[in-house]
Design a binder for this molecule. Structure first.
Ligand code: FMN
Length: 342
């Protein structure tokens, strides 16, 4: 029902502040789920990556359920996997509002949220209480006031609290809204962070017998050479996968022309204009990794053909965020069908 309602509700939602609309939509979704009003989702088309069983190839990207408050309701939309976060060790408020902007004619958003979240401990309790038994990823980051030199401590702190409750952990080194975070993509920073997390992971495996795949989430603003170097590092360290990509700080000319000053808002651009950048990143990752990394394609998927293009470029799995804001829950089944294994 909600699936069919969204096209009717969207014009109303788009009249109010984007962050308020976001909260309203998610709490309505949760209520609809609790009242059993959500339709049955598609039958599974199972695939296995990184040793994990995915019901289908379509996941929810990080940032939509930052605090793990809506996992079960979002799962009811049919997602094959859900990524919560970005979570930081300590709770933080994020950047000042307004910090989320619609670029409607471009099917895009600009955000400078800056990781507002309830902190690792509170979110861990929510993960423990979830009913969803599908693949659950946790995306981790560092607090805004943690100096770059101590970033590794923040990632390790999050990992210790959250990894035991997750199916995979995504290391976010690509958000443009935490000062200098993207510098952590450079191998002199990234290597020690990943090595420390692998060490934590090995301890966890020893205790629990379960291996928790580790993925790195990268920016679309890296050059092909930088992406290629980063992929080589991930392969050398035997990292399981890569999520490509986060939002872009670039402003493609078409967006700037169409949106005027709105395109000048500071922050990361997501949605349709990111697709080409993400596809380029995925092609590079695929060429370098030759199957040694699981590739999660994200950025600009707003219709079935975009998901097919991601698959053709080399993505094993896909994720979506902005497309959902514009197209509503019906998009999930559309993408599941487009990426179904025959
Ligand atoms: C409002 C908003 C908040 C986001 N927050 C996060 C975040 O906390 N962590 C993260 O890794 N990515 C975050 N992202 C990036 C998305 O996960 C995704 O990588 C990006 O938006 C590109 O996909 P899309 O075009 O389907 O939105 C956020 C995106 C948006 C629009």
């Amino acid at each position: 029902m909600l699936t069919h309602l969204y096209p009717i509700l969207r014009p109303l939602l788009f009249k109010i502040d984007p962050e308020q609309a976001h909260g309203l939509t998610l709490s309505s979704l949760r209520t609809a789920h609790q009242l059993h009003l959500l339709p049955k989702s598609r039958e599974a088309s199972p695939v296995e990556f990184m040793g994990l069983p995915f019901a289908n190839r379509v996941g929810l990207a990080a940032g939509l359920d930052k605090n793990g408050e809506y996992i079960d309701a979002l799962a009811a939309l049919g997602f094959g996997f859900i990524e919560v976060g970005t979570v930081t060790p300590r709770p933080q408020a994020g950047r000042d509002r307004p910090r989320l902007f619609r670029l409607t004619s471009s099917t895009a958003l600009i955000n400078r949220m800056g990781f507002p979240n309830h902190g690792a401990e509170v979110i861990a309790a929510r993960l423990r209480a979830r009913r969803f038994r599908g693949v659950l990823g946790v995306n981790i980051g560092k607090n805004a006031d943690t100096p770059l030199e101590s970033a590794v401590d923040d990632y390790v702190a999050c990992y210790r609290v959250l990894a035991p409750l997750a199916d995979y952990v995504a290391v976010n080194v690509s958000s443009p809204n935490t000062k200098d975070l993207r510098r952590l993509q450079q191998s002199d920073h990234l290597r020690p962070i990943l090595e420390a997390l692998l060490q934590e992971g090995a301890k966890l495996t020893q205790q629990s017998g379960r291996r928790i795949p580790l993925l790195a989430k990268i920016s679309p603003d890296l050059s092909e050479e930088e992406i290629s170097e980063l992929a080589q590092l991930l392969i050398e360290l035997r990292i399981d996968g890569v999520i490509a990509t986060n939002t872009t700080v670039s402003r493609p000319a078409a967006v700037a022309n169409r949106e005027g000053v709105r395109a000048d808002e500071q922050g990361g651009l997501s949605g349709a204009p990111v697709l080409d950048l993400s596809l380029r990143a995925i092609r590079t990752l695929k060429a370098v990794s030759q199957g040694r990394l699981t590739i999660v394609g994200v950025g600009g998927i707003t219709r079935a053909a975009d998901a097919s293009a991601m698959r053709a470029a080399g993505a094993d799995l896909v994720q979506v965020y902005t497309g959902l804001i514009y197209r509503g829950p019906a998009l999930v089944n559309e993408l599941i069908d487009a990426t179904r294994v025959l």
